[in-house]
Design a protein around this ligand. Structure first.
Ligand code: FAD
Length: 422
């Protein structure tokens, strides 16, 4: 079969890899100039580093299995990095269950309710029971007002802004239930996984083409091929097409205007600075910012998990955000935005000085985080589309789990199997 795939992220590359191995002729079209989609990398000290902080969990079986297939198991290492919360002007350890029980301001009853509700979410197997509930309403009832106000609400507000109250409990359940304390990272970065997929595809005669922003997808009738036109006016005909772009990009290219409007509201954008520093800024890998006036959500010091020597001695700090695409933090020029963020880094570490930053990078993605509400389930489009040869396999179809590389790999494999392409 002459198979076209749009998008060289985890979903598209996995589909292409499986299909070429099954003997299909594969062409993968990617708008950007790089592999990996949201998990794409830049370089620090000559070593690939994800544009947005990335790790996997022990429970990410599909990704772990893919890494194994590509012969990279030895490079996948699990770490137990530390977590903290910045709140009321101080850093609070939040790594172990004991840290959580000792959270400042918690009475013994608050601690028990917080721990008990988290244990319930870890233990409950099917998350369907939470489908129709919002997370904050459930948490206020089960974890208690104080734990919700101190921990959960700032996290959800940081991530979803004004939409925090609408976030589904099924989504939060999946995050807590499926995640592990141990975090996996591939030595040399996840780029190695994506590069190995590309190499494997190309060695088997598949094509991976960059700079191919698809602007139109059409199929005249069931017997006709799927015809793809790119922004550079190149055209391709395929017996079968798998589209892995964000849903609005598909809706636009396929001429589905109504869906476009609906789905536009379902994603937040992401912005992220990578700061290359000559020293460490925070004593943790992951620091949640639980202060409502901060303009960013989390600070992740990657080199608290991976040794700075890997990056030529540079300490790497991510400053990340999920925001609406109209938000000033999405639209402001990076240099100005960084200047606006610096005083807040100084609040986290009063010694921090801009001179510590030796280099920095900025990335943003318009469709980075689906906002999963109780209604979300009913809005998820099927993999089938109005065009019989065109299949949609996109991040927004993952439910109730939060998006992640492993879920993309799993979905991709389910879709290619259902199409008889594996
Ligand atoms: C800040 C942040 C942190 C994250 N942290 C983690 C983590 O720790 N662990 C984890 O596993 N996951 C994490 N993720 C999620 C993970 O990156 C995604 O779930 C995964 O990479 C999605 O892969 P995908 O292929 O489904 O979609 P995408 O990566 O979005 O790939 C879609 C591809 O389609 C291309 N495309 C779009 N429009 C067009 C067009 N018109 N024509 C051609 N190509 C087009 C895009 O350029 C892109 O390459 C994180 C994401 C973000 C934003």
């Amino acid at each position: 079969m002459n198979l076209g795939i749009i998008g060289a992220g985890a979903t598209g590359l996995t589909a292409a890899w499986d299909a070429v191995r099954a003997g299909h002729q594969v062409t993968l079209l990617e708008a950007a100039g790089e592999l990996g989609g949201l998990a794409a990398s830049l370089e620090v000290g000559g070593v690939p580093l994800e544009r947005y902080y990335h790790h996997i969990f022990r429970s990410d079986k599909a990704m772990i299995s893919l890494i194994g297939e590509l012969g990279l198991s030895d490079a996948l290492r699990f770490h137990r990095p530390t977590t903290g919360i910045y709140r009321d002007g101080r850093l609070i350890d939040f790594t172990t269950p004991l840290d959580m029980l000792r959270f400042p301001g918690f009475s013994p009853l608050d601690a028990v309710r917080f721990a008990g509700s988290s244990a319930v979410l870890k233990a409950v197997r099917g998350g369907e029971r939470y489908n129709d509930l919002t997370a904050l309403a459930w948490l206020r009832r089960r974890a208690g007002r104080r734990a919700t106000e101190a921990i959960w609400e700032p996290l959800l507000r940081g991530k979803f802004g004004d939409r925090a109250e609408q976030v589904s409990m099924a989504w939060l359940w999946a995050r807590i239930h499926c995640r592990t304390f141990e975090l996996g990272y591939v030595d040399g970065g996840f780029e190695r996984v994506y590069a190995a997929l590309r190499d494997g595809i190309e060695e088997r005669g598949g094509k991976v083409e960059f700079g191919k922003a698809v602007k139109s997808i059409r199929q005249a009738d069931d017997a006709a091929p799927a015809v793809v036109t790119c922004a550079d006016d190149s055209r391709y005909s395929f017996d079968r097409l798998i589209v892995t772009t964000p849903q609005p990009a598909f809706a636009r290219a396929a001429g589905l205007p109504a869906d476009d409007a609906v789905w536009k509201n379902q994603y937040l954008g992401a912005t992220c600075f990578v700061l290359e520093l000559d020293r460490s800024v925070i004593p943790y890998y992951w620091l949640n910012i639980n202060e409502p006036d901060f303009p960013f959500l989390a600070v992740v010091e990657h080199t608290r998990m991976i040794d700075p020597s890997v990056y030529g001695g540079r300490h790497i700090l991510y400053v990340g955000n999920y925001v609406e695409r109209e938000d000033w933090r999405f639209t402001t020029e990076p240099e100005e935005l960084l200047t606006a963020f610096l005083p807040y880094l100084r609040r986290v570490n009063p010694d921090f000085d801009a001179s510590w930053i030796k280099n920095w990078h900025f990335s943003k993605a318009g469709f980075a985080q689906p906002v999963v509400t109780p209604e979300y389930r009913s809005l998820i489009p099927g993999h089938e589309t109005p065009m019989s040869r065109v299949t949609l396999a996109t991040m927004a179809q993952i439910y109730p789990q939060d998006r992640g590389q492993s879920y993309s790999v799993e979905m991709s494999r389910r879709v290619t199997a259902s199409l008889g392409l594996r």
